[in-house]
Design a protein around this ligand. Structure first.
Ligand SMILES: Cc1cc2nc3c(=O)[nH]c(=O)nc-3n(C[C@H](O)[C@H](O)[C@H](O)COP(=O)(O)OP(=O)(O)OC[C@H]3O[C@@H](n4cnc5c(N)ncnc54)[C@H](O)[C@@H]3O)c2cc1C
Length: 373
C-alpha cells in the first residue's frame, strides 16, 4: 500500500542529500529524505571543510558554532611520514574543522525537507514511470545520495568496489582529557598532513576544539591496518599526539573523481556525492563535491519541470564534467613508483611547492571559481 508520496525522494541524508534537498525545498518541491540511520549519526571522516561549503549553503556560522565544534584553520603542518616538515601559515581562516555527527544533523535540519530516518532503502520498483520504494513511498524522481555503497548506485549497475580503485581510509575521533590535551602537540588551527612515501595516500592529525581526529587514507588498501599502526608509532615518536589513543579505528571507502565509471543518471534517477564517486583526486576532499553535486543536481531537476527522462537530466552529467572533469581520466601524477617517490621526497619538503601546489591548488582549490547554479 502506498503510504507516502513526494516530488523527489532522496536516499541518504549526508551532505550531498541534504544540500540537494535544501535547494529543491527552496524551489517549492515536496522532498522526502530517507536515511537508514537516526540523526545525529556519525560518519567516518576527518571533518575538514573548505569555506565555499558554508557559503554555498548560506550557513550562519554564528548559529552553527553555538554548542558545536567549528574549528578555524589558518595553516598546515605537512611533510612525508618520517620526512622533513614544512609549516605554512595563511594568517586568516582558510578551512574549518567540524564533527560530522553535528554537521550532518545541522545540514539536514537546515534543508527543511521531510525526513524518514531509521529506515533503510530495501526495495526499488519501477511502476508506470514512477518509483515505488520500500513498497510504501511513491515518487517520480529518485536521488541516490547514500554514500559509496548507495543502493541506488547499485541499482544503476555500480560494482561498489569490486573493480573500482577506491580510497580505503581509517580514522578515530575522541574527546581528549585534560592530560591528553596537554600532551598533544598538534595545534588546533594547524592540521597536520603526512604523505606516504609512494604518494598513494596520506595520514592526518586534526585537532578540533577538544577533539582529536587521527587517520590515514590510501588508494591501495593492502596492509592498511599495519600502515595505520606504523603511522601512529611515527606520531608518538614525534610527540604529536598523546601516548594512549583510546578505542578502535573505523574504516570506510570512497571513490575519487575520475577513478571509476559510475553511471550517474537514468530515467527518473540521479546520483550525487560519494554515490557518484566525486571526491577530489588530489586531496580526497569529499564534502565539497558532495554539496556541489547536490546543488547541481537540484538545479537540473528544477529546470526539468517534471520531465525526468534521462535525456532531460543529461545536463547534470555535463555540469559535473565541467566542474570536476571527465568521469574517467588517466592515473594522475607521474609514472613509476620510484620516480614518484623521488619527486615526492624532494617536493614535499619544499615550502614553495607545498604552499602553492599542495595546499593552494590541491587542498584549498584557491583558483577554482565559486560554483554557479
Ligand atoms: C576516513 C575518511 C576521512 C574523510 N575525511 C574527509 C574530510 O576531512 N573532508 C572531506 O571533505 N571529506 C572527507 N572524507 C570524504 C567524505 O566523508 C565523503 O566524501 C562525504 O561524506 C560524502 O557525502 P555523501 O553525502 O555523499 O555521503 P555520506 O556522508 O556517506 O552520507 C550517506 C548517507 O546515506 C545513508 N545511507 C546509506 N545507505 C543507505 C540505505 N540503504 N538506505 C538509506 N540510507 C542509506 C547513510 O546512513 C548516510 O547518512 C573522508 C572519508 C573518509 C572515509
Amino acid at each position: 500500500m502506498i503510504a507516502e508520496r513526494c516530488d523527489v525522494l532522496i536516499v541518504g541524508g549526508g551532505p550531498a542529500g541534504s544540500s540537494c534537498a535544501w535547494k529543491l525545498v527552496q524551489a517549492g518541491l515536496d522532498v522526502l529524505v530517507l536515511d537508514k540511520q537516526v540523526f545525529p549519526r556519525d560518519k567516518v571522516c576527518a571533518g575538514w571543510v573548505t569555506p565555499p561549503v558554508m557559503e554555498m549553503l548560506h550557513l550562519d556560522l554564528e548559529d552553527y558554532r553555538r554548542g558545536r565544534v567549528l574549528q578555524p584553520i589558518s595553516g598546515f603542518r605537512t611533510g612525508l611520514i618520517d620526512g622533513p616538515v614544512v609549516m605554512t601559515g595563511y594568517g586568516r581562516t582558510v578551512s574549518y574543522g567540524i564533527r560530522r555527527c553535528e554537521f550532518d544533523h545541522y545540514l539536514l535540519q537546515h534543508s527543511q525537507a521531510r525526513v524518514a530516518q531509521g529506515e533503510a532503502l530495501e526495495s526499488i520498483e519501477r511502476v508506470d514511470s514512477r518509483w515505488r520504494v520500500n513498497r510504501r513511498i511513491e515518487t517520480p524522481l529518485l536521488v541516490g545520495a547514500g554514500g559509496h555503497f548507495c543502493p541506488v548506485a547499485r541499482h544503476l549497475g555500480a560494482d561498489l568496489g569490486s573493480t573500482e580503485r577506491v580510497v580505503a581510509a581509517k580514522e578515530i575521533e575522541f574527546e581528549m582529557t585534560v592530560q591528553q590535551r596537554r600532551a598533544c602537540r598538534a595545534e588546533a588551527q594547524r592540521p597536520e598532513l603526512y604523505f606516504c612515501r609512494d604518494l598513494l595516500g596520506y595520514g592526518w592529525v586534526f585537532r578540533k576544539g577538544d577533539y582529536l581526529n587521527i587517520g590515514l587514507g590510501r588508494e591501495d588498501n593492502h596492509k592498511l591496518a599495519e600502515r595505520v599502526e606504523d603511522f601512529l608509532l611515527f606520531l608518538k615518536r614525534e610527540q604529536r599526539i598523546p601516548d594512549v589513543v583510546p578505542g578502535r579505528f573505523k574504516g570506510h571507502a570512497y571513490l575519487l573523481q575520475g577513478h571509476g565509471e559510475r553511471k550517474r543518471i537514468d530515467d527518473g534517477v540521479v546520483l550525487v556525492g560519494d554515490a557518484a564517486g566525486l571526491a577530489s583526486p588530489q586531496s580526497g576532499e569529499g564534502i565539497r563535491p558532495a554539496v556541489e553535486s547536490g546543488l547541481l543536481a537540484a538545479a537540473v531537476i528544477i529546470a526539468a519541470g517534471g520531465d525526468y527522462r534521462a535525456a532531460t537530466l543529461a545536463g547534470y552529467d555535463r555540469r559535473l564534467a565541467a566542474r570536476f572533469g571527465a568521469s574517467r581520466v588517466p592515473t594522475p601524477g607521474v609514472p613509476g613508483a620510484s620516480l614518484r617517490t623521488f619527486l615526492g621526497g624532494r617536493l614535499l619538503g619544499n615550502a614553495w611547492f607545498t604552499r602553492h601546489v599542495v595546499l593552494d591548488r590541491w587542498f584549498l582549490h584557491r583558483r577554482q571559481p565559486p560554483l554557479s547554479v
